[in-house]
Write a protein that binds this ligand. Structure first.
Ligand code: NAD
Length: 470
């Protein structure tokens, strides 16, 4: 059984929970299920490790983060096997998450440096602005990109000089636990602690009085609970929550050019990504042709376990999400015209066929809500001002994109979207050096870029009076 990393030691904990294979719906492994005592031990270890880690300097921290990234690459086949086993996703996607995203964020944040800034200097005083680490950071991770999102939090938190306790998602603990075992000899004891456990372990960690900051990625519903739980001790909190990203296809778009990337960024990871296309608005003049092209692509895609070398798309990751996506499928059939997918069939596991729905609009659940699965609603529009207003009329504001042949014109339309990220002729283009902000109920406290380091640092002004003559 893979173990938790607490204070530099590996721990089996005192109770276990099952890990389910989403391709079969059957348990295939067990992991520790962290108790409140395990949470206490991890926070105490992180707290004890904080002063030395805070004081060791950016150079030492960069070396450790780089070694962590190198360790992922050195063990990538084993880690990819585990990630495929617990998510069912195709191998190329597992490799992308590990080799590109997880290591990319560790290396990028390791390379950053924060120096004091001189704000004022005159005959009477010198004022400097310093940024200092906060202490113990609790990182609560979802199941859709378990290793990437853990590293996306670990990297800036540790680079800034904080120590970290990670709580993995209940249904995807395996790869992150194995990573913790690999990192046990690389990271100084207590600087990084990794717990597997249920929602209760997350709630205990968030409420812990020795945790200085919580960074959370997951549903908006849980985000609200976490924000409330941070209130009694006034913890800082970063929330990366749900999204309902709109993509707008302008009348001058070339369907031959844009259909493939739109398809890819709608169904990436079988739609289980916060910032993939979840509402596709297509101009009236292209609507039928775009619907037909996307339906043909969906029907031609291979849905299979990631252990199958030909797999292009995997299952929904867990039963609760699968049940939710199945409910959306029923609503899609009732509210619109399903032109690809739609039928689950009787195969085992949590497979949902790539589903394209046309003739739907706002007011239908699959347009207004976030299915977080492989269902794409295609919505007709005829007026640019109207479609911009409709794209912005969502409580979510995470990402959005505009597609067209006249790139400058498309960029002008994109600038009118209110989401944290807007893309032109691409979507969900993640880069560690580029901030990934969330607006409205998609969250706050940015990740990515140098801006993603600041939420892990407290500001301090140092104001020095100069001796005055006479
Ligand atoms: P979730 O909110 O159910 O769970 C996320 C994590 O929170 C899990 O580790 C869970 O155990 C923990 N948790 C649950 N209740 C808790 C509580 N009361 N206190 C502390 N921790 C608690 O989300 P999920 O179903 O794992 O993930 C899917 C959601 O995440 C989607 O809505 C998706 O849009 C969102 N998401 C957002 C981003 C982003 O960057 N904005 C990225 C990925 C996923």
């Amino acid at each position: 059984m893979h173990k938790m990393l607490i204070g530099g030691s590996l721990s089996a904990g005192s109770r276990t929970m099952d890990v389910i294979d989403p391709c079969t719906g059957q348990g295939f492994d067990q992991v520790p299920d962290a108790t409140a005592d395990d949470v206490d031990a991890a926070v105490a270890a992180a707290r004890a490790a904080f002063p030395a880690w805070r004081d060791c300097g950016f150079g030492k921290r960069e070396a450790v983060l780089k070694e962590m990234a190198d360790a992922i690459m050195a063990n990538i086949e084993e880690l990819a096997d585990l990630l495929i086993a617990e998510t069912g996703r195709p191998r190329d996607l597992a490799m992308f998450e590990l080799a590109h995203l997880a290591t990319g964020y560790l290396n990028y944040y390791g390379s950053l440096r924060i120096e004091p800034e001189l704000i004022v200097e005159d005959d009477t005083r010198r004022v400097e602005l310093h940024r200092k680490p906060l202490g113990v950071v609790a990182a609560i991770v979802p199941w859709n990109a378990p290793v990437f999102i853990a590293c996306n939090k670990i990297a800036p938190a540790m680079a800034a000089g904080n120590t970290v306790v990670v709580k993995t998602a209940p249904s995807t603990p395996l790869t992150t636990l194995r990573l913790g075992e690999i990192l046990a000899d690389i990271v100084p004891p207590g600087v990084l602690n990794i717990l597997s456990g249920g929602n209760d372990a997350g709630a205990t960690l968030v409420a812990h009085e020795d945790v200085a900051k919580v960074t959370f990625t997951g549903s908006s519903e849980t985000g609200r609970k976490i924000m409330a739980a941070c209130a009694p001790t006034l913890k800082r909190v970063t929330l990366e929550l749900g999204g309902n990203d709109a993509a707008i296809v302008l009348p001058d778009a070339d369907i031959q050019q844009v259909a493939a990337p739109i398809f890819a960024f709608s169904f990436f990871n079988s739609g289980q990504v916060c910032a993939v296309i979840k509402r596709l608005y297509v101009h009236d003049s292209l609507y039928d042709a775009m619907c037909d092209t996307l339906a043909t692509m969906a029907k031609g895609s291979k849905l299979a376990s990631g252990t199958d070398a030909d797999a292009q798309f995997g299952p929904v990751q867990n039963k609760a999400q699968y049940d939710k996506v199945c409910r959306y499928l029923e609503q899609a059939k009732r509210d619109g015209k399903v032109i690809a997918g739609g039928e689950i069939g009787d195969r085992p596991g949590y497979f949902v066929p790539l589903t394209v729905v046309r003739d739907v609009a706002e007011g239908h659940a699959i347009v207004d809500e976030e299915p977080f699965g492989p269902i794409l609603p295609v919505i007709r529009y005829s007026d640019i001002d109207d479609v911009v207003e409709r794209a912005n009329a969502s409580p979510f504001a995470l990402g959005g994109s505009v597609w067209g042949s006249d790139v400058a014109a498309a960029a002008k339309v994109a600038a009118r979207l209110e989401s944290g990220s807007v893309w032109v002729n691409q979507h969900c283009a993640l880069d560690p050096a580029v901030p990934f902000p969330a607006n409205r109920q998609s969250g706050f406290g940015v990740e990515g870029g140098i801006e993603g380091l600041y939420p892990y640092l407290a500001l301090q002004t140092l104001n020095i009076a100069k001796p005055q003559a006479g």
